[in-house]
Write a protein that binds this ligand. Structure first.
Ligand SMILES: *Cc1c(COP(=O)(O)O)cnc(C)c1O
Length: 748
């Protein structure tokens, strides 16, 4: 897109205040700021984009669309388009831009397969066709206008995905997209609860195609085919409808997941080895930027295929994107890319093998590396070589599920503190903290100062509270801007002295009250003295919050006790607040407390278990522990397996050995058939005792083979089930997954 702010204001019926300028893109996610782009401040149930304006301005963003008043004095060089409702204005603007587009617009809707089909259309586009498609699953009331505004104008084809969850939404999307050709994929059950019938949902979806010249209807197609054949037929029908002769060859597996892995020599690797196009490069660069922290950034890039641009133009654009994303070094691999200069340090290699042959470990040490390949050039080898620890057991953490859970547990009027103590309950403190920071969570909490320091060293800048702050670590905490929990008078005095030595003033502390758990905290009889002491130290420290902890929030049989705790907390915390000249936050609820007792939410909720997918309905499982079969053996009846030969087989059996044992965190009590794992869709029991580094499964009657993946726990064999087998709780299972198990992070 390309508009002046003045034109935008005229098109959307808003007013321009400040400076007029031309903008070439729009963004609504404050993390993905693009110089020259306009930030659209969206207000949602749990989110207010206006909060990010000061920091975006500081980062050089000069154009804004807002629906609230802003203090113009603070932003002398900026221009603001003021509208009634930003989301509506974006939709109007996108509809205008659509009207100016001369290429063909393909609209896709349906419950299943939209994103796969979109990717396949792009992958099968004939040479010379310039095609854009909406990124990821940007198919919502916000995603669609942002996608349409990404059309540059000279494309031949724009493929835009539309999704709805309620009646009435499609009309708004249809007004923006106005597809020339429509594709409706399969209908599934998604969001059926909001529609009276599948027919009503189909009718709603068809509204998208009201003005379309042709609709390719996957719902009416042969239902006997597999999903792959079905999707291929839709793609084929589209190219015919568009008038192209296209031989659809092998379509890529759509693994559009960016994986974040620990790399060799302390590096961080973002792995995106499948897609190679300019859209997904821009998404991956954003992601690299958001996780890199202070690390120098390297992009390892293969030839980009089928962009629709000539190579000069293509790689000039790549160079611009690279500059904006702070990448300081490019390793180009392939014939095409090697002919083009880039505006940062560059080296070229003809093949992945050639690069691996010359690579020194120092080339990667401590860096954040994006690997962006294409499906022809064996980039998997590269990502394998750069990933640390060849141990084949991995804990896969789904960051999208964590974000889903976070949003499910955000409550209006209450802030959010994310608990990342104990390595974020075993999930990896840094990656979870970085995700929380990007999601605009208000606070993080860790158990010990060292955990907080580790986060600061990797660039986490948001407020961090240290729960078990030990007086020995106070000075370290002050130098790293970590705020302590203060739970008795000794720690209050010791912290005040440390602040005096460091010449600090107004330093935030968090006061812990004991309301019935009887672990740490000030008791009710301490309240008067506490008020006096806080008064005495008034210039040194500021009470950031007052809080307590519920002992039985998840236990309905103890709800009376919980209600007493809530009342006690309200009384005690009010007493302290009334003695202060300002209003600290008050908070009490953990995940279960926040869900079960709205009255316990006060000003903030502290989320632990719920973030990681446990304890309430509507949360998504976050982690999957996977390993592989390293050996398969046939045993005769009566043979024993493992230490103590306990796994004696009562029939001729096939046995698989896995490289996971109790040193990885797999409890010994899960041996001898007490746990089943998933192998290729079959549930198979453990056999014999669990050893330190290995264990065995009885795979008799299955097709399992060496190298097959085994899910130890995951969405099917759940952590809750494992916890109940072991008579413990999910916290213990997760926190015992050993550090040597590689964590990998996936997101769409
Ligand atoms: C760990 C912890 C929480 C989080 O509890 P969950 O049950 O995991 O949600 C909340 N508050 C405090 C003080 C904690 O130590």
């Amino acid at each position: 897109m390309k508009y002046s702010l003045k034109d935008i204001a005229a098109i959307v019926g808003g007013t321009l205040a400040g400076i007029d300028m031309v903008v070439e893109s729009v963004f609504a996610d404050s993390r993905t700021s693009v110089p020259g782009g306009m930030f659209a401040a969206i207000v949602g149930a749990n989110h207010d984009g206006h909060r990010y304006i000061p920091q975006l301005y500081a980062r050089g963003v000069r154009a804004f669309m807002v629906e609230k008043d802003v203090d113009m004095q603070r932003y002398p060089q900026a221009g603001f388009v003021r509208v009634e409702k930003t989301i509506d204005a974006l939709q109007t603007l996108a509809a205008d831009w659509r009207g100016r587009f001369g290429g063909t617009v393909v609209g896709i809707t349906g419950s299943n397969g939209k994103t796969v089909i979109k990717e396949w259309i792009a992958a099968s586009a004939p040479a010379g066709v310039k095609l854009m498609r909406s990124p990821k699953s940007w198919n919502s009331q916000l995603g669609v206008p942002l996608s349409v505004l990404m059309i540059e104008g000279d494309e031949d084809i724009a493929v835009i995905e539309a999704g709805i969850s309620e009646p009435g939404e499609m009309v708004r999307l249809a007004r923006i997209i106005r597809p020339d050709i429509g594709i409706i994929t399969m209908l599934g059950d998604a969001h059926q609860e909001n529609f009276d019938s599948p027919e009503q949902k189909l009718a709603e979806k068809m509204l998208l195609f009201d003005g379309a010249q042709k609709v390719i209807n996957g719902v009416d197609m042969d239902t006997e085919t597999t999903a792959v054949e079905h999707n291929r037929a839709l793609v084929d029908a589209l190219w015919k409808a568009l008038g192209y002769q296209v031989e659809i060859g092998d379509l890529p597996p759509v693994a559009m997941r960016l994986e974040l892995k620990e790399g060799i020599n302390g590096s961080l690797v973002v792995d995106d080895t499948y897609n190679s196009d300019i859209n997904s490069l821009s998404i991956a660069l954003d992601y690299l930027q958001s996780v890199a922290g202070g690390r120098p950034r390297t992009l390892i890039l293969g030839d980009i295929l089928q962009s629709g641009f000539d190579d000069d133009e293509l790689y000039r654009r790549v160079g611009d994107m690279v500059l904006r994303s702070g990448v300081e070094r490019i390793v180009g691999i392939g014939d095409h890319i090697s002919h083009h200069p880039f505006p940062v340090a560059t080296e070229f290699h003809p093949t992945v093998e050639a690069f691996l042959g010359t690579m020194r470990r120092d080339d990667v040490a401590g860096r954040a590396i994006l690997i962006k390949g294409n499906r022809h050039s064996r980039f998997e080898r590269l990502s394998h070589a750069l990933s640390s620890r060849s141990h084949t057991t991995v804990l896969e953490v789904d960051l999208d599920a964590i974000v889903h859970n976070l949003n499910a547990l955000r409550f209006s009027g209450a802030r959010t503190m994310a608990m990342v103590k104990a390595n974020a309950y075993g999930h990896g403190a840094y990656e979870i903290a970085a995700t929380m920071q990007h999601q605009g969570v208000d606070y993080l909490a860790v158990a010990f100062a060292d955990e907080g320091v580790a986060l600061r060293e990797r660039g986490i800048a948001m407020p961090i509270v240290v729960l078990n702050a030990d007086a020995d670590s106070f000075e370290l905490m002050i130098t790293q801007s970590l705020a302590p929990e203060i739970y008795n008078f000794e720690s209050l005095d010791a912290f005040a002295s440390a602040l005096t030595r460091y010449g600090e003033r107004d330093y935030p502390v968090h006061i812990k009250l004991d309301t019935g758990m009887h672990r740490l905290g000030f008791g009710e009889s301490d309240m008067e003295r506490l008020a006096d002491e806080l008064e005495k130290h008034a210039s040194l420290l500021r009470v950031g919050s007052i809080f307590s902890h519920l002992a039985c929030a998840d236990d309905p049989s103890r709800d009376d006790f919980t209600r007493t705790q809530i009342a006690t907390f309200d009384r005690m915390s009010s007493a302290i607040c009334s003695s202060l000249s300002y209003k600290p936050l008050r908070h009490l609820a953990n995940s279960a407390g926040a869900v079960r007792f709205p009255g316990a939410r006060f000003d903030m909720v502290r989320l632990g278990l719920g973030l990681y997918g446990f304890g309430s309905d509507g949360l998504q499982p976050v982690s999957t522990l996977r390993t592989r079969i390293v050996q398969v053996r046939d045993l005769e009846q009566g043979a024993g397996v493992g230490y103590g030969c306990e796994g004696v087989v009562g029939r001729p059996s096939r046995v698989a050995t896995l490289s996971i044992g109790y040193a990885d965190g797999l409890d010994r009590h899960l041996g001898c058939g007490r746990w089943t794992m998933m192998v290729g869709g079959a549930e198979v029991p453990t056999l014999g005792r669990i050893s330190m580094d290995t264990c065995a499964l009885d795979i008799t009657g299955t097709a399992a083979a060496v190298g097959d993946e085994v899910v130890v726990f995951g969405p099917h064999a759940t952590i809750e089930a494992m916890a109940s087998t072991l008579d413990t709780i999910p916290y213990e299972i997760m926190t015992r997954i050993a550090p040597r198990v590689k964590r990998i992070y996936v997101k769409q």
